[in-house]
Design a protein around this ligand. Structure first.
Ligand SMILES: [Zn+2]
Length: 287
């Protein structure tokens, strides 16, 4: 609490005396990099977008820096994932209290969240899977949400935001078709991931994600053994890891199944190409 108060005071002081570095641009802050992509595409030349969780940072455990809090003091818009990412659950209220004029865009609005699966079964009483942004279909809804809030924050550029949003939605529609086409006809539709970030993707494209990790917890030897057996039974040869997580356990599994690890990023700022890259990697692993 003491730390937080001093940050507040610091934010206040710096706000009063530091010059604007990117004059004329609307300052937008996004929780995670994929959401920044939407703000950049739709806001175009009118926005300067920054991201809270840095590249390689883990949104399930990240804490914002004092410098980022200062930056928030100048933002007109904050885009949150809104799906229960721990960083937001822990910090959102405090971040919003730093800047009462800042608007909030809840990127998840209108998206149907899926329950987290444990050992292939959904448990009703528990949290939702937060990684909804990893399908182009949900990307279209995110684009609409960002467009709407940008227009209300800066109505002078309404036409540009509307046009940029429409162009992006059309691209995402094509990307959705492209991925469906690429995945069509694959017989083996199971892939093994360490961190369970690709559940929406799997659900959307008729694949089955087998996840090693259960929401950040390290696996017990017994759980490891179960995953290894399941992977062997499904003749899986690749364990997908993401840059945000340690790969030690994934490497052990890869060794046990005589396979390899491969990295796919659920938090890439290069949203569309990243989905293409992940698709190619999944296809190669399922062949
Ligand atoms: Zn995650």
């Amino acid at each position: 609490m003491k730390f937080f108060l001093s940050v507040l005071i610091l934010a206040f002081l710096l706000n009063g005396c530091s010059p604007e570095t990117e004059t004329g641009k609307l300052q937008v802050v996004a929780s995670i990099a994929p959401l920044a992509y939407f703000a950049e595409r739709i806001g175009g030349t009118h926005v300067a977008v920054s991201v809270m969780v840095p590249p390689g940072g883990n949104p399930h455990s990240y804490e914002p820096s004092p410098r980022q809090m200062v930056r928030l003091g100048k933002a007109i818009l904050f885009i949150k994932a809104g799906s229960g990412v721990e960083f937001e659950l822990d910090w959102m209220r405090r971040l919003l209290s730093l800047n009462h004029a800042m608007r909030l865009c809840n990127a998840v609005e209108g998206i149907r969240l899926l329950p987290i699966k444990h050992d292939g079964e959904a448990h009703q009483d528990e949290r939702y899977d937060p990684h909804y942004w990893l399908t182009p279909a949900n990307g279209i809804i995110i684009a609409k949400n960002v467009k709407r809030v940008l227009i209300s924050a800066d109505p002078d550029h309404r036409e540009e935001y509307a046009a940029n949003g429409a162009a992006l939605e059309a691209e995402l529609q094509l990307l959705d078709q492209e991925i469906h086409r690429k995945l069509a006809g694959l017989k083996n539709r199971r892939f093994l991931v360490f961190h369970p970030a690709w559940g929406y993707y799997a659900n959307n494209f008729g694949l089955e994600q087998i996840a090693v990790e259960d929401e950040g917890k390290t696996l017990t030897p017994r759980q490891m053994q179960r995953v290894i057996e399941k992977a062997k039974a499904s003749r899986i040869g690749v364990v997908f890891v993401s840059p945000q997580f340690s790969t030690a356990q994934a490497e052990t599994i890869a060794l046990e199944i005589g396979g390899r690890i491969c990295s796919v990023d659920p938090l890439s700022p290069d949203y569309q190409n990243n989905l293409r890259r992940a698709t190619s990697a999944f296809i190669e692993s399922m062949r």
